[in-house]
Design a protein. Sequence first.
Lengths: 593, 83
Amino acid sequence: MSLRALTFLVVGATFALYIYIAIKARARTTSEFYVAGTGVHPILNGMATGADWMSAASFISMAGLIAFKGYDASVYLMGWTGGYVLLAMLLAPYLRKYGKYTVPEFIGDRYYSKGARLVAIVCLVVASLTYVIGQMKGIGVAFSRFLEVPFQVGLVAGMAIVFIYAVLGGMKGITYTQIAQYCVLIFAYTVPAVFISLHLTGNPVPQLGLGSTLADGSGTYLLDKLDLISTDLGFAAYTSQKMSTLDIFLLTLSLMIGTAGLPHVITRFFTVPKVKDARSSAGWALVFIAILYTTAPAVGAMAYLNLMHTTQPGVIGSVNGNLEYSARPEWFKKWEGTGLLKFEDKNGDGRIQYYNEKNKAFAAKAAGFGWKGNEMIKVDNDIMVLANPEIAGLPNWVVALVAAGGIAAALSTAAGLLLAISSAVSHDLLKGVFMPDITEKQELLYSRVAMGGAIIVAGYLGLNPPGFAAQVVALAFGLAASSIFPALMMGIFSRRVNNTGAICGMMAGLTSTLVYIFWFKGWLFIKSTAMLPDTADNWLLGISPQSFGAVGALINFAVALTVSSMTKPVPEHIRAMVEDIRIPSGARSAVDH
Amino acid sequence: MRDGVEYWKANLRLIIICLVIWFVVSYGFGILMVDSLNSIRLGGYKLGFWFAQQGSIYVFVALIFFYAKKMDKLDREHNVHED
């Protein structure tokens, strides 16, 4: 069977599974639609959270990001996992105890203010919508790369599948498909990693392989070899730090706080039966996430080493040191065809020179070898995961499995985000603000319509991405960190923060973060409107725009506490409510009123 | 209600202990002290690098389960557990 046919078969089989689950797990009540009837086992919810959290970017792009950034990529590894500690201790159990359906609903109730609820709805929709555009693009990319169908066809196929299970099943359908999707994606990620690690180091556990010696009998540690080969070709040492310490610190903090404040993640913890389940479920979620996140550094480092070995098999500067272009391996040709790898023979010697031409000292040395510039003019981040099975010489079914895994990662995250958006619209905006008198049946209908609408909007934006699509991750995390997380945390840990304080705090955190991002990236990401060039010398104290979320959060805390101390104290029944969410006993299943 | 106040204080103490560890392994070992720790080796890993890309994540997982277990115990001791 050809690889393409096999890939269609494997991806088709996973789709059949998702649709089967959708039909089995139809939602019949609003509680099932919004929070899966609060009946999800904590371990299963952990798995679903893992799939919800790990997007196409985590699956396809992160290892490549690590490969090219080395130590600096630790910000993503720590930032996208450490937030779960905050979630488990500062938010999840108390929000589960409160037992409502959405994040804006808690904010509206705790700060006894429709205004606060509206601000939260806006933050949620903007953060989730910007995030979902990336996922929609991810679905299209995954399809077009793996199945060689046009981007648009892939995106529409993905939308159709999400439509079936999300509209029918709501949170209940999404939860059980996410569990299946987690199994597909983690299997697809770890199998090639195990083989690559075995091949390079003789150790089948990638996490240990990364710290082992190479299997070539040299006795050299893999990471030392990588440092050496990087510096030999003019790149910075793999394990060395390139960003400023302050920026690494703040970016990690922003990503952690942002993770804990992203509504589609928080909502997953509303689906477990009890408060104690919300705590342990966060632990399980992180276990399932950590399996991928501790494997990724090994995948990145090993794939990078393979790439370097391929282009520079011999002594640097010797005539035979570089790979002859005509002798390049099959996988190289295949990924050249997709435009992810690009070669240009600048010095016309028919061989590949891959080195850091921006390093002046090394470029001078390279000129002495007769090299006329870096000839690998494009090495896309995604190549590190996509080409892995072929580099390791694994059978075709593994390649097909990686395709199914990438698509599962994109679909599962998209579905979680779409649910967060549609429940904000149907439950918070319609039921909460505009049509408080609708029956449960009507609300269930509206929630399905909202879900359908959200899918169409997201699909449209995925097909016609606004110019800023690449910047949106910074925006989504910035918004979640600077507005949602502080409002939730103060709602639980402070009895003093009142309606005015919370609204002022959210607005201050939100505005400062947005202005800082737009200042350097351009208003609404229109590049020509940037006030200052986006370079380290212009940044305030050297803080990059993507790292500003943590500062925005601090501003939010400070403003909310100050304003609250100068305005009317919190009413007695709200104080009682705060006391009540702090203790687990008396938890109800999620109810409407 | 008395139980509730004591329970909350105990919870806050536990959270602070956990978050100090959370901070030390990631921001401390992985970022601020990475250079000095890198002179120590864990097999092929430099120790600071290992904390930044592996160790801190393992500690995060352990911390959450530790917190969950301790809280289960606190819930019972203060008689605020769910039925």
